[in-house]
Design a protein around this ligand. Structure first.
Ligand SMILES: NC(=O)c1ccc[n+]([C@@H]2O[C@H](COP(=O)([O-])OP(=O)(O)OC[C@H]3O[C@@H](n4cnc5c(N)ncnc54)[C@H](OP(=O)(O)O)[C@@H]3O)[C@@H](O)[C@H]2O)c1
Length: 388
């Protein structure tokens, strides 16, 4: 058990990662104190969390949300609004958990690292879009970036045997595992008829809607390739994807001598969340513990890049560098939103992203303003393509 209590700011407290982070905090009240939180539309849930954890600082997304929340929580709670408010929430905490969805998580990622905090990052979109900018602020004294994404958390654990080696010269490749999603093995013909219900039913993980759809197109794995490259400073061509339908091996590192290290557990996001909060401590809850007395099937196969072209698009964006990953992620956010709003079919999601990427104009991405502009341009193209 840690000897001192760490204060935690949880951004995106009402979501899938947010509520699982709260589970960890409930189980470890001696180790952590929740001091700030934020949410989006689910204001009564946000108010209930604030009451349970006695949190006096909350971030919301608009003035109207602030007024509505103020009625629910009563006096004595400070409510801040939007980007500036959210970034200020990270200031008063030792650990910032970024469980926000999409590009909206960017200000928190940058602010937490700039303030020298430990950033437990679930919000992969901010790192993918802003990799060159994040790289600069990661060297702030005291700052650390720990990945909540189960695959990257697995790799973080496997790389512990190569400390202090920039670029990891003794690593041949990172092997990201993918469940393959609900449509593994489906033909093009079958994929054309996919419904929203089918796409929202992940075989092994229970997650928010956007990442569940991303998992069904394999765009999530493509984004994770970009995330891994940015997080560990490893060229994208040393990051491979292998389909492992059981989701027990969460990812692997292959060293140059042929040795492969893997991290295994039953799928349970509380394990990587607690790892990021507690490092170097581990908590004795046995999340995802495996019973090796029972038969355990672990199978691996290559991803079907023909049926799931998102993976190839992600590698191409990584090789282009600059603002290309930001375009890919922004276009995908718009396309997934359009699918969830019944504007396009599932089989059109990745096509929208591909058409946006065809219009990409190289930009080295040297400032936050440039990133925000690139994000807006990619979204404009994507909305235009969705409407046609
Ligand atoms: N879920 C998983 O198991 C999992 C695993 C690995 C990585 N991740 C990553 O973790 C991140 C969060 O995923 P999730 O599945 O937890 O998503 P989620 O369930 O949709 O939750 C998103 C959270 O962000 C809030 N939010 C949404 N849009 C916002 C905006 N524009 N401004 C401020 N707050 C906003 C939501 O508030 P309301 O709900 O109140 O509207 C909610 O609290 C994503 O980047 C995802 O890729 C998730």
């Amino acid at each position: 058990m840690p000897t001192t209590k760490s204060t935690v700011a949880l951004l995106g407290a009402t979501g899938s990662i947010g509520t699982q982070t709260l589970d960890v905090l409930r189980l470890e009240p001696e180790a952590f104190e929740l001091v700030a939180l934020s949410g989006g539309e689910q204001l009564s849930e946000l108010a209930a969390i604030a009451r349970e954890f006695h949190v006096a600082r909350i971030g919301v997304i608009s003035d109207a949300h602030r007024d509505a929340l103020a009625d629910l929580v009563g006096p004595g709670v400070e409510i801040v609004v939007s980007d500036d408010g959210l970034t200020s929430l990270s200031q008063g905490a030792d650990i910032v958990v970024n469980a926000l969805l999409g590009f909206a998580g960017l200000p928190v990622t940058l602010a937490a690292l700039q303030a020298g905090k430990r950033l437990a990052l679930a919000n992969k979109e901010s790192l993918i879009a802003a990799a060159p900018l994040v790289a600069k602020v990661r060297s702030t004294p005291g700052a650390s970036l720990l990945p909540i994404d189960s695959e990257h958390c697995a790799i973080h654990q496997c790389l512990a045997s190569s400390p202090g080696q920039p670029g990891f010269p003794d690593v041949r490749r990172l092997l990201l595992t993918a469940s393959g999603g609900p449509f593994r093995g489906w033909t093009h013909e079958q994929l054309r008829g996919v419904t929203k219900d089918e796409a929202l039913r992940h075989p092994t993980w229970s997650m928010g809607a956007k990442i569940t759809i991303d998992s069904s197109t394999l765009m999530n794995k493509g984004l994770e390739v970009l995330e891994a490259s940015a997080l560990f400073g490893i060229e994208v061509d040393r990051v491979d994807v292998v389909v492992h339908p059981q989701s027990i091996v969460h990812s692997m590192v292959e060293y140059v001598d042929g040795s492969v290290l893997a991290q295994l557990s039953r799928p349970d996001m509380r394990l990587p969340i607690a790892y990021c909060l507690g490092l170097p401590e581990r908590f004795d809850h046995g999340w995802g513990s495996i019973d090796f007395t029972q038969s355990l099937e672990l199978t691996f196969e290559a991803p079907d890049r023909d049926a799931f072209p998102a993976l190839t698009l992600a590698y191409e964006a990584a090789r282009l560098g600059g603002a290309a990953p930001a375009w890919l992620s922004a276009a995908n956010e718009v396309a997934v939103g359009a699918f969830l709003d019944d504007q396009i079919r599932w089989s059109e999601i990745v096509g929208v992203v591909a058409r946006v990427m065809d219009r990409y104009v190289a930009d080295p991405l040297d400032s936050l303003d440039a990133l925000i502009e690139n994000d807006a341009i990619a979204r404009r193209h994507a909305h235009g393509i969705v409407r046609t």
